[in-house]
Design a protein around this ligand. Sequence first.
Ligand SMILES: *Cc1c(COP(=O)(O)O)cnc(C)c1O
Length: 364
Amino acid sequence: MLPFLDLQPTYAASREAIDTALARVAASGWFILGKELEAFEAQWAAYCGSRHAVGLGNGLDALHLGLLALGVGEGDEVIVPANTYIATWLAVSQCGATPVPVEPDPRTYNLDPARIAAAVTPRTRAILPVHLYGQPADMDAIGAIARQHGLKLLDDCAQAHGARWNGRIVGSLADASAWSFYPGKNLGAMGDGGGLTTDDAAVAERVRVLRNYGSRVKYHNEVKGLNSRLDEMQAAVLSAKLPQLDTLTTERRRIAARLLDGLAGAPVGLPHVPAQAEPAWHLFVIRHPDRDRLQRALAEEGVGTLIHYPVPPHRQPAYAELGLGEGRFPITEAIHREVLSLPLWPGMTDAQVDTVIDAVRRHA
Ligand SMILES: *Cc1c(COP(=O)(O)O)cnc(C)c1O
């Protein structure tokens, strides 16, 4: 059996540091808004080449609070990828704004800069690209469009810890960047976690107030905030794991290179990496016209796979209100019909990678 994801080797890589951190927090008796959070925020800001980092409860809240802090509100429109995980859209809806989907570049699966301008209206307030699967979006082109139209730029970095675009690290390429530290992400906590990075002190301060009931001083509430704080246990775990992140990303890149090499010439669509991109390889996603059959055949061989994602946001009952029927976003819909994510996790042996390659080659 080859599981789709095994987090044990990642734990093993930082086990002593994690266990020490957990015991330290338990003994401290201080669990919310303390020095573990402050320390992780400083480390994460430095890692992302950003002036500020704010620890939050999860990635969805990071997107939501980031949009609020950039001034997105009731009646606004935000340009989002049609092809993304639904959290990207939900964050826009939670601000009282409307997500306006734009089709991806069919090679990279990321927001197609050439299609953004046509979606801009007088109500557009921001662009929200996603670095899907850990492949960085074209932040040069998207940033230029944002500046040209006077729009804010927030990127969804939930799958892209350590990815680079044109040599610059993701997390410092927008007005603000939203992170998830969900356990399965490239830097994962042992529970829920999220964060925002930004160079803008006012945006960071607004998010700090919003995450804590809209309060700067205890029992004085300036705005209607949320409760969304990265707790001390999770902050300590993330600080313990951060020193290994680059090593683990290098390992992901090595496994991805082996998969690309081994699957070259097979009748499947392989990930396309633009020359400017250094992906974080959160997922290794192939395409096949008979995806469901291929997934079943791999399962019978004991190779675990997943689909990211089976139903696009515009076809979810949650977004029936937008009235976006089948066929409105054909590139996105074809992607959802055909993609299949193969196992890729730090600690996979060459033999395990070769098992995946061999099974795909025989069944594709
Ligand atoms: C995981 C993820 C999120 C949400 O993060 P949570 O921490 O689970 O709330 C948002 N966007 C994308 C692209 C994700 O992969």
